[in-house]
Design a protein around this ligand. Structure first.
Ligand SMILES: [Zn+2]
Length: 400
């Protein structure tokens, strides 16, 4: 037996209560219970304006996406569309799927707007951006709101070397809007085995300039700010001040302690990575939420005990692996999604291809982030690491 559109609508009306815009307003005000606003219009319509906090679940994707977006089938779901027709049909589908508490807004978005209620418009993406980030838009965890966060984010990379290269590359590809890079070095041919931001023809060029050329060619949305200087106790607070997240890709202990202490003092998350020959590790130091580098390593190793890549060698692809973990963690922090690597350290051994996860705890006696810190301002890190004084130790390079 065939059914007319009218039959379908009558069915839906029997199952799905309709509420007016005023009633929706009251329900949204009543706190203490779980109200989910579901906008079932097409993406283009949502983009033009929607109710504050509404989830965008276009009618065509509703069945596919709703379970992930609204796991609680007892939640109070208010569906709306442009005029109240599509949301009624959507409401019936939700009822069929086991959502017990579904209503549809009479008159839809036009009634809501017409009554002078508050509505919002998300960031307007250009047609090129809609194409570029289309795979992000498909992920509910990113979506247009997440992409807007990425575009607004500011990330500072310490070093444009082995770790900084893949991190910067993927952050730029993801559309992280502002990427600062601190590195005082120039491109050397021996870098090219792993520092994939740079090219043969840029040997001799400042790394920050080479990085800018590569990243802006990949994604014109990204603003790359190069700081051709060596991070030090004198400049680091100024350098990190305007950034949300710091990514440490340095290859030496004085800089690592310096970046750690500065991030603790400034309260900035520090996405840490380090590499040695075939082994690498990554973690996130987040002041107030987990340990810092000094909780793990209160004392630096004796000078010469932990040689750098320049002395000990490194497998070229290793920083790619670790730097990509740093990029993932940075993006998760920006989106505020998933479980960050706070209090956990990933250790990679590429020869055996074993990955270990170590649990880390904040040390209440830590000299910088402990309960009674003894180090409350930046110190001389070369001296702390025993690199100043009698023996003529070569100044360490800026980046891994
Ligand atoms: Zn600490």
């Amino acid at each position: 037996m065939s059914r007319s559109f009218k039959d379908i609508m009558d069915d839906a009306r029997r199952l799905v209560p309709e509420v007016t815009a005023d009633q929706v307003k009251d329900r949204l005000k009543g706190n203490g219970h779980d109200v989910v606003l579901v906008d079932v219009r097409e993406k283009e319509e949502y983009r033009e304006g929607h109710l504050p906090g509404a989830l965008s679940l276009p009618r065509g994707f509703l069945e596919m996406r709703v379970e992930e977006a609204v796991p609680n089938r007892d939640a109070e779901v208010i569906a709306y569309c442009a005029s109240g027709t599509r949301s009624l049909i959507a409401g019936k589908i939700l009822k069929d799927m086991g959502y017990r508490n579904v209503v549809s807004m009479l008159g839809g978005f036009s009634a809501w707007k017409g009554a002078g209620n508050e509505w919002v418009q998300d960031r307007q993406f250009t047609p090129a951006q809609l194409q570029r980030y289309s795979r992000h838009f498909l992920l509910p965890e990113v979506g247009e709101a997440g992409q807007a966060r990425l575009l607004d984010a500011k990330v500072l990379l310490i070093g444009a070397g082995g770790l900084g290269s893949p991190t910067a590359y993927y952050l730029a590809a993801a559309g992280v809007g502002t990427i600062g890079i601190v590195d005082d070095d120039v491109v050397d041919r021996s870098n090219l085995q792993r520092q994939i931001l740079h090219t043969e023809e840029r040997v001799g060029m400042p790394k920050v300039e080479s990085a800018r050329l590569t990243l802006e060619a990949l994604n014109p949305d990204v603003k790359v700010i190069g700081y051709r200087e060596r991070v030090s106790s004198e400049n680091i607070m100024r350098l990190i001040k305007d950034y949300d997240i710091v990514v440490d890709g340095c290859d030496n202990f004085p800089t690592r302690y310096l970046v750690n202490d500065a991030c603790v003092f400034a309260g900035k998350p520090n996405v840490h990575g380090s590499i040695f020959q075939f082994e690498g590790q990554a973690t996130v130091f987040y002041p107030g939420r987990g340990p810092c580098y000094r909780c793990l390593f209160p004392e630096p190793p004796p000078p010469g005990a932990a040689p750098s890549c320049a002395e000990a060698g490194v497998l070229g692809v290793l920083p790619g692996l670790v730097g990509c973990v740093q990029a993932v963690e940075t993006i998760k922090l920006i989106l505020d999604k998933g479980t960050p690597l706070i209090g956990r350290l990933l250790h990679f051994d590429t020869l055996s291809m074993e990955v270990k996860q170590l649990r880390l705890r904040r040390d209440a006696d830590c000299p910088v982030c402990g309960d009674r810190p003894t180090v409350t301002e930046l110190i001389d890190y070369e001296e702390f690491c025993g690199l100043r004084g009698g023996h003529a130790e070569e100044a360490p390079a800026a980046s891994a």
